[in-house]
Ligand binder design. Structure first.
Ligand code: NAD
Ligand code: UDP
Length: 319
């Protein structure tokens, strides 16, 4: 049985990846320190003989018994409020954590895929973003802790590839959503849905003219799976190119949820990118991948997930 280590397993994407790899017949080892994740995301795998879980901070030395075929490094705070709250851990997991995992991959002769992000493009001056764009990141701004951790992560991964001949893959993930996101992680979809469900006004940051392009989690997982099994070592954008302004998006959510609440406007956070849309030509060409799930369908599935939460969980303010 092929064995895969998935870090960040108790988080949103990590837990979906665990499910996918188990479904594909792998033995999955999940690793997480729960800093932004939730045990509940993995509770359905308890007792599954093809799944084991190790509670561990990946910035500390990692020891795994037995062989490994693949490593997927997804551990990292991922939402702006999380990485602003824990900036040093964010820098450490992208740098020291990635270094540990690359060392482990080398020792086990495993192929490693690391989760990078559209944030490596910063507030982009090229639109839509192609993989050959170097980005526009404010290194010393508050978001820099995440963006630069991820940029370092890409650099050290390429260095291991070039210097040690390690088999590496880099996915640049664009805004992805779906069930198992944390309701209070501050990202726009859980934020708006939580507000609608609690009967609060929807908070738009800035004037809402900034854009994002949202990818449903199943499409994202499919892209990641194909990239891992491909022979391409350079970064690949995986995301849904369907771009929308945050204002139009808030209106879509008001319609979907049937809430009577209104939109209120708050200050735009510093360095919040004004526009973001992936160019996915490369993924189409080398992976034969493109997203299949329309926003209507993905949003409904996500809304049903949040709607099924207990009143207590819906009103819990903090993680
Ligand atoms: P998440 O917060 O739901 O999951 C991250 C997981 O990593 C959590 O379970 C957390 O506890 C764990 N973690 C953090 N630091 C750790 C450490 N030092 N040791 C062990 N575990 C640690 O976030 P997510 O949305 O699932 O994101 C997963 C990965 O994908 C991240 O690397 C993120 O940067 C990347 N990504 C996500 C998106 C997106 O839209 N969801 C976009 C771009 C990149
Ligand atoms: N946003 C918003 N209201 C909220 C949360 C987010 O208007 O309650 C905006 C945010 O300023 C950004 C966009 O929605 O322009 C997407 O934010 P998110 O945190 O989801 O992701 P990121 O900025 O990392 O793409």
């Amino acid at each position: 049985m092929r064995r895969v280590l998935i870090t960040g397993a108790a988080g949103f994407l990590g837990s979906h990846l665990c499910d996918r790899f188990i479904k594909e017949g792998y033995h999955v080892i999940g690793m997480d320190n729960f800093i932004t994740g939730d045990k509940k995301n993995l509770s359905h795998l308890e007792g599954n003989p093809n799944f084991e879980f190790i509670e561990h901070d990946v910035t500390e030395f990692i020891s795994i018994e037995g062989g490994l075929d693949y490593i997927l490094h997804f551990a990292s705070p991922a939402s702006p409020i999380d990485y602003l709250k824990i900036p040093i851990q964010t820098l450490k997991v992208g740098s020291l954590g990635t270094h540990n995992l690359l060392g482990l991959a080398k020792a086990k002769k495993a192929r490693i895929l690391i989760a990078s992000t559209s944030e490596v493009y910063g507030d982009p001056l090229v639109h839509p973003q192609t993989e050959d764009y170097y980005g526009n990141v404010n290194t010393i701004g508050p978001r820099g802790v995440y963006d630069e951790a991820k940029r370092f992560q890409e650099s050290i991964t390429m260095a291991y590839h070039r210097f040690h001949g390690l088999e590496t893959r880099i996915v640049r993930i664009f805004n992805t959503y779906g069930p198992k996101m944390r309701l209070n992680d501050g990202r726009v979809i859980p934020a708006f849905m939580g507000q609608a469900l609690r009967g609060e006004d929807l908070t738009i940051f800035g004037d809402g003219s900034q854009t994002r392009s949202f990818c449903y989690v199943d499409d994202q997982v499919e892209g990641i799976y194909r990239l891992l099994l491909s022979d391409y070592s350079y970064p690949v954008n995986i995301g849904n190119p369907y771009e929308i302004t945050i204002k139009d998006f808030a209106e879509e959510i008001i319609k979907l949820t049937g809430t009577n609440q209104k939109i209120i406007y708050k200050k735009l956070p510093q360095d919040d990118p004004l526009q973001r849309q992936p160019n996915i030509s490369l993924a189409k060409k080398i992976l034969g991948w493109e997203p299949k799930i329309e926003r209507d369908e993905g949003m409904l599935k996500t809304y049903n997930y949040f709607k099924s939460m207990s009143k207590e969980d819906l009103h819990k303010r903090d993680h």
